[in-house]
Write a protein that binds this ligand. Structure first.
Ligand code: MN
Length: 205
């Protein structure tokens, strides 16, 4: 199986009180686990379809591949974007890039907060590097895989599916997003920026 559910880099209770252990455990083990299983199943089903030369279910399988692989990727990043020692502000190259692209950290924070809070239905707010412009952008991701600019590399993601917050925050998505800012692991985000900047723009040209 090509995909495996990664362990969290901290205990389920480590993000309390902003993220309760029960919420985090269900989110990681059940929801993320389902995307891992779904991504593996999509690969297996596509291989079967090729071997049988039967593509009658192809549209659904391609959607399942996009949905589940994207869900797995975003959750894997989300856990590492958070830390019991998170919060505060970015420093160094990341802080400079945010200032260049958004004017100030406050403008960026407002933009990403609003993008996450206003996702229609299920989705994510994300900070991403758009390599052709060489700028950071805020993306509003629908489900796990829609409304994306091709080639942009996500660096920081906020999960705003109801499963992410409903157990603890009920319908108050904005309170959940506000809490996430207290957990952001800026050193992780900055390391992703350095890697993303190293991905050749030529790949997308
Ligand atoms: Mn989720």
């Amino acid at each position: 199986m090509p995909y495996v559910l990664p362990d969290l880099p901290y205990d389920y209770s480590a993000l309390e009180p902003y993220y309760r252990a029960e919420s985090l455990e269900i989110h990681h083990s059940k929801h993320h686990g389902a995307y891992v299983a779904g991504a593996n199943a999509a690969h297996a089903a596509l291989q079967e379809a090729r071997q049988a030369d039967d593509f009658t279910s192809l549209i659904g399988l391609e959607k399942s591949l996009a949905f589940n692989v994207s869900g797995h990727l975003l959750h894997s990043m989300f856990w590492k974007n958070l830390s019991p020692d998170g919060g505060g502000r970015p420093e160094g190259d990341l802080a400079a890039a945010i200032n260049d692209s958004f004017g100030s950290f406050e403008s960026f924070r407002s933009h990403l907060t609003e993008a996450a809070v206003t996702v229609p239905g299920s989705g994510w707010g994300a900070l991403a590097l758009e390599p052709r412009a060489g700028r950071l952008v805020v993306e509003q991701i629908y489900n796990h895989q829609d409304n994306l600019a091709h080639g942009a590399v996500p660096l920081l993601v906020f999960d705003v599916w109801e499963h992410a917050y409903y157990l603890q925050y009920r319908n108050n998505r904005a309170d959940f997003v506000g809490s996430l800012w207290n957990l952001v692991h800026w050193a992780d985000v900055e390391s992703r920026l350095a890697i993303a900047e190293g991905i050749a723009v030529e790949v997308h040209s």
